[in-house]
Ligand binder design. Structure first.
Ligand code: GLN
Length: 304
């Protein structure tokens, strides 16, 4: 089946479904987003794109940003990064503090918040202006310089971010945070506040489907080895304690965010982003997961 036919069918199948789940409210600003938003956008590696619904509307990418910060940290500091953060699935919620004590302050992986805070610290140490460096990376891979932070969302998360404050302080007590905790949290809350549409996310993620290079470009943003590792980590850790379920239902590497976005990659084929704000109890978009399950079922191929 043609990709656009598949997307049309998914839109039709879900158009009458009331999404189950609840829009994230622990970041007050996110609770204001209408739950009925729904869009999907796919880029294939021949540069064609397919879409439906609210796929051009920007939303808060939240933890999807962890893929971009990890890519940048891998590129800049190389394998030394793995002395400070592990690569094992945690089986715990994204904001969990458990396991840090047993593992001496080395987070299980870069996608739980503890791991992403260590990656944020690495970038705060490496760059004089880490926020500008992150945006420059995103502007390069999307070709769109209007992508930026949403200061209201960043401030909203900071005002209520008790758990992330606890995590970063706890990590610092083990010596696994080099910088001032306020600086690390300021960077982290800003990376999570970035607004992007499904179209922009699918375009940005094409590098993970295309051996680290942009389409029609010789420029290598990540090496083949780095892309292999990025996709492996998305597959095993991208959905926290639902990583098994996402592999089981969808069968693609991917990453979710509490803004209701999910991006998934079918290496050598396409990158796809879906957005529906209501979240299941594990903090992943309920309708987004269901839509991606239909995508790999209807097209007849996942990575498995
Ligand atoms: N900014 C959010 C937090 O730290 C990101 C969580 C997520 O998207 N899973 O809680």
């Amino acid at each position: 089946m043609e990709y656009q036919t598949v997307l049309n069918q998914i839109q039709q199948e879900f158009s009458k479904v009331q999404p189950s789940g609840k829009v994230a409210s622990y970041i007050p600003e996110l609770a204001k987003v209408p739950p009925s938003k729904f869009g999907m956008h796919m880029y294939d590696i021949d540069g064609n794109n397919y879409h439906f619904g609210d796929s051009f509307e920007r939303f808060s990418i939240q933890s999807i940003s962890k893929v971009f910060t990890l890519s940048l940290a891998m590129k800049m500091v190389g394998d030394d990064l793995w002395n400070r953060v592990g690569v094992e699935p945690s089986g715990d919620p994204f904001n969990s503090l458990s396991q840090l004590e047993n593992d001496s302050g080395i987070p299980r992986n870069p996608y739980i918040n503890a791991g992403a805070l260590v990656v944020a610290d690495v970038l705060v140490s490496y760059f004089t202006n880490p926020k500008a460096a992150l945006l420059a990376f995103l502007h390069e891979i999307t070709g769109d310089t209007s992508i930026g932070f949403n200061e209201t969302v960043a401030a909203s998360e900071k005002a209520e971010g008790y758990r992330n404050f606890a995590l970063v302080n706890y990590l610092k007590s083990f010596g696994n945070i080099e910088n001032n905790v306020e600086d690390v949290l300021d960077f982290y809350f800003h990376q999570c506040s970035i607004s992007m549409s499904c179209r922009e996310l699918a375009q940005a993620f094409i590098i993970y489907a295309n051996h680290g290079t942009l389409l029609n470009s010789e420029r290598e943003f990540l090496t083949g080895r780095q892309v292999k590792r990025m996709n492996a980590l998305m597959q095993t850790c991208g959905f926290y304690d639902e990583a098994g379920e996402f592999s089981f239902e969808v069968g693609l590497p991917g990453k979710s965010g509490v803004g209701g976005g999910i991006v998934a990659v079918n290496p050598n084929h396409y990158a796809v982003a879906v957005w529906s704000p209501p979240l299941n109890p594990k903090g992943n978009s309920a309708l987004g997961m269901a839509a991606l399950e239909r995508l790999t079922t209807l097209t007849g191929y996942s990575i498995f």
